[in-house]
Design a protein around this ligand. Structure first.
Ligand code: C5P
Length: 403
């Protein structure tokens, strides 16, 4: 497997250690695309970096040659991992604020890959409230850190601020590269989240089934948001035509009964979210062979399906700590949602209007109302990814408060 990192070398005395880091990585068979900031170039030369990496060094945001060969967006995504070493106070601040004022900060803003930072700075800078704030923000954004270590610093002071040793950084890089599904750190780190999504298919015979119009998009978006916030996510999915999201364990099921069995298998968990549009009924006895048209329209006897949300909602409430349901309605939205909150033992019902004119079913947008025992919160219309992100942030806070 070709493993490649994008290495951003910031401007600090520790930049000389980045040279040793490149050497160690190359020895481990990890390719390095180097980016040298202007400040970094004051400490190490472009020539040494290029010679050790065996690659062209990128340094300028507005380089015509670079843009014609490989644009900076592409550059930020062509590696498996982005590493910033040394990560200076300035680079951390830029990344935390989402600035794109030079090549390094632009790459950090444009990347969709995990980011590892090895901070290095004077101890007072490291301990300054601004750096603390930036560190907390970057952690919340999913950035990982290695170091800094404590010890004597180049400036003669003592304390935390020394960049981690190249061996330590290289080992961390290798761990991250070898675990492609490696979870970012975030407010849901260490949490297990189980999500149901999509429709269920209830067979009539081996080729026909009863189904509904659910696309699974909202559930998949929730799974992605939970993963990005550091959770271990299990997605129990009915048949959908969505790609399997990376870093998420997907358990494909067809029928409601299979979905319930799969969900039970995954208990206990911290957060159980039921976004699937489970068919309320199944055909009591599906035919073993394909029904013949000549035999005339079949009389289908239906039987109720198990209510997965209610089954888990009524389980002893320790873990899952929070049980969340959805209520898709075409009328009496809030009254129905309140009834479901109580009847199914949920901590929250996310209510949405799915009348045909809303365009929610199968569409990219959603307008939700959060119904809890405390009351109702109305959210504006957003796309499903935004709903997912905001909802997961909200649930992470609820989870933290509940424990
Ligand atoms: O009762 P209703 O189907 O409207 O409730 C919707 C909520 O209950 C959703 O969260 C859905 O995922 C969940 N549900 C379930 N199992 C069922 C029916 C609904 O988990 N059989």
């Amino acid at each position: 497997m070709n493993r490649r990192i994008l290495l951003i070398i910031g401007g600090g005395i520790a930049a000389y250690k980045a040279l040793e880091l490149i050497r160690l990585l190359k020895r481990r068979g990890i390719a390095v695309t180097p980016v040298l900031t202007q400040a970094g170039a004051q400490f190490v030369t472009e020539m040494s970096v290029a010679a050790l990496a065996g690659e062209k060094v990128h340094g300028d945001l507005f380089s015509i040659t670079d843009e014609t060969q490989m644009g900076h967006i592409e550059l930020s995504r062509a590696a498996d991992l982005v590493v910033v070493a040394p990560a200076t106070a300035d680079l951390m601040a830029k990344a935390a604020a989402g600035l794109a004022s030079d090549l390094a900060s632009t790459l950090l803003l444009a990347t969709d890959k995990p980011v590892l930072m090895a901070p290095a700075m004077n101890v007072r800078m490291w301990e300054h409230a601004a750096t603390r704030r930036n560190l907390a923000q970057l952690r919340a954004d999913g950035v990982r850190f290695t170091g800094p270590e404590s010890g004597e610093m180049a400036c003669g002071e003592f304390g935390p601020g020394r960049m981690a040793e190249p061996e330590t950084i290289a080992a961390e890089i290798e761990t991250l590269l070898d675990a492609p599904g490696a979870l970012p750190e975030g407010p849901l780190s260490g949490r297990k989240v189980v999500i149901t999504a999509g429709p269920t298919h209830e067979p009539i015979d081996p080729v026909r089934y009863i189904a509904n119009r659910s696309s699974g998009r909202q559930g998949y978006a929730l799974a992605g948001a939970a993963r990005d916030m550091g959770a271990r996510v299990v997605l129990v999915s009915g048949p959908v035509s969505l790609p399997v999201p990376p870093g998420i364990e997907v358990i494909p099921v067809e029928r409601a009964e299979e979905m319930l069995a799969a969900v039970k298998e995954e208990m206990p968990c911290d957060l159980a979210i039921f976004a699937a549009a489970v068919a309320d009924w199944r055909v009591k006895e599906a035919a073993a062979g394909k029904l013949k048209k000549q035999a005339g329209p079949p009389r289908l006897e239906l039987a109720p399906n198990p209510d997965i949300l209610a089954t888990i909602g009524k389980m002893k409430r320790h873990r899952p700590a929070l049980v969340i349901g959805f209520a898709a309605e075409t009328e009496d939205l809030l009254a129905q949602a309140r009834r479901k909150l109580a009847a199914k033992g949920a901590d929250m019902i996310v209510a949405n209007d799915v009348s045909p004119e809303s365009g929610v079913f199968g569409g990219a947008h959603n307008q939700v109302h959060l119904v809890t025992a405390q009351g109702v919160e109305d959210w504006p219309r957003m796309d499903k990814a935004q709903v997912a992100r905001r909802l997961m942030e909200r649930l992470a806070r609820m989870l933290a408060d509940a424990q």
